[in-house]
Design a protein around this ligand. Sequence first.
Ligand code: AHG
Ligand code: MN
Ligand code: MN
Length: 348
Amino acid sequence: MTSLSSLVTIERHILDQQGQHPGATGRLTSLLYDIALAAKLIARETTRAGIANILGATSDENVHGEKQQKLDVYADQVIFRMNDHTGRVCVMASEEHDDLLPIPAHHQPGYYVLIYDPLDGSSNIDVNASIGTIFAIHRKITPGDGHGTMDDVLQPGSRLVAAAYVIYGSSTMLVYSTGNGVHGFTLDPSVGEFLLSHPDIRIPAPGQYYSVNHGHHKYWSPGIRHYVAWLQALEDTDRQPLEHRYIGSMIADFHRNLLRGGVFVYPANERRPNGKLRLTYEAQPLAFIAAQAGGYASDGIGDILDLQPRDLHQRVPVFMGNRDLVEKAEWFLRRFDRDLLAEYEKRR
Ligand code: AHG
Ligand code: MN
Ligand code: MN
């Protein structure tokens, strides 16, 4: 039997962490706890998906013209509703909505900005593979106590107050950082609590895996082709290749590489000159977590955390994981993709 003294709930952990910050008001603790609660509700629906007849696409498309899955809609609404009336959030933004999600007029706006990808890896819902949710939290930077604006949402990742993701896999896990290391909790469904299972996660070295969609090889630049060939040690007799894993759910691929060491890559390609992933609610929060775990995230030129977003749904090339593996990508791009990088830099 587990000794009770070794059980650390997410609530206690967040409180302890906040306690280390003089002047902490507990508002962030409460916000993270609200997020954990939303995650439990989404986890419950993911496990009941088949039975509850919630599988399958709705007839709507989201702002990117992709078919919305029913779970996307559910997750999106749960997160909004859990946070629209608490007085802790001044504005929200989600992958599923073109514009900002204001706090309803009859509720008091709060101090934090919440940006989220409600369901990441949604093409995996119908085939029962791992999916996730991603959260990014900023402080309000515009003056006054009122509602947040686009300026509050479009902040560099280096200013994040906290980031978290939830992975709905063989078990449900919540991984978060408030800038004081990375901590992982596993949901115990029998008691309905997230319990500390992975304290102080550090990305192990050397990296073991690389994750990239090889089906896009045809559209890759010379730099990406050379980089992936290097990961595979094709021209190197005395170096072992990295193992390849790719499920098409960034959270699942990122999580594996965080625990085992490795690099997740979603580069720009001929058809997607800025890559596919979105800066504010996919790349920034994971870059923050990667850095807090001792890793690094780059857009191929430099640190993703230094990028100033221009648009809520802006896309960005992504290389993240062990620092040496990510810096190697930057090296290959500098060497083989000079003109492409110069073009990208103008849009950056
Ligand atoms: P989302 O489901 O939120 O739209 O994100 C899907 C993303 C990401 O999770 C994954 O890494 C990537 O799309 C997969 O894209 P490809 O199928 O092009 O590899
Ligand atoms: Mn996503
Ligand atoms: Mn999504």
